[in-house]
Design a protein around this ligand. Structure first.
Ligand code: GAR
Length: 193
């Protein structure tokens, strides 16, 4: 049974969805939720789901990669999922987990990626630009924001009457529909299935 650690900074609706997806699986289980924000709602979700959670403050992600690695190694996850995680993952970690760390981004990368482009900022920018479509990008994680190799993209049309809020809802729907399955497919590939 593979152990998945989910990193999340805020609400954690994706984290909960992924945890539920794997709760009856014989392949993997979400065994840990890691946040960089002690007030994140994802920590309450973890408690209700009966999943262990830890907080590693934002400063440590920036300045103390060794501590981050030590704490995480104590839980020995096999696979890491970023689901609305806003700190940059240190290179020590992306190297140690190369091919075993995945992110979902709420736009069609390389558009609307990079530092500062997260959550509602992305949807505001897409609506302001008048784009006709948006979507999600599921990708491997390297030492830069939103830069690793793309695994899959899913699209949704943006209507003239869409607001950042309605677009966010459409994009979340795509995330709930596809992200867990892509994670499962990646885990099967890693297990040689
Ligand atoms: C998701 O839409 C995710 O794609 C986005 O944050 C949201 C988190 O929602 N991630 C990023 O913007 C990362 N660059 P959730 O906390 O309800 O899962």
């Amino acid at each position: 049974m593979k152990k998945i650690a989910i990193f999340a900074s805020g609400n954690g609706s994706n984290a909960e969805n992924i945890a539920r997806h794997f709760s009856g699986s014989s392949l993997a289980r979400v065994s840990l939720i890691v946040s960089d924000n002690s007030r994140a709602y994802v920590l309450e979700r973890a408690a209700s789901l009966g999943i262990a959670s830890i907080v590693i403050p934002r400063r440590q992600w920036r300045e103390e990669a060794v501590t981050v690695m030590k704490v995480l190694n104590g839980y020995a996850p096999d696979y890491i999922v970023l689901a609305g995680f806003l700190s940059l993952v240190p290179p020590e970690l992306t190297e140690a987990y190369a091919g075993r760390i995945i992110n979902v981004h709420p736009a069609l990368l390389p558009a609307y990626g990079g530092r500062g482009m997260y959550g509602d900022n992305v949807h505001r920018a897409v609506v302001a630009a008048g784009d006709k479509e948006s979507g999600i990008t599921i990708h491997h994680v390297n030492e830069k924001y939103d830069d690793g190799a793309v695994i899959a993209q899913y699209r949704v049309s943006v209507a003239p009457e869409d607001t950042p809020e309605t677009l966010a809802a459409k994009v979340h729907e795509l995330e709930y529909r596809y992200f867990s399955q892509v994670i499962e497919d990646e885990l099967r590939k890693l297990s040689g299935e």
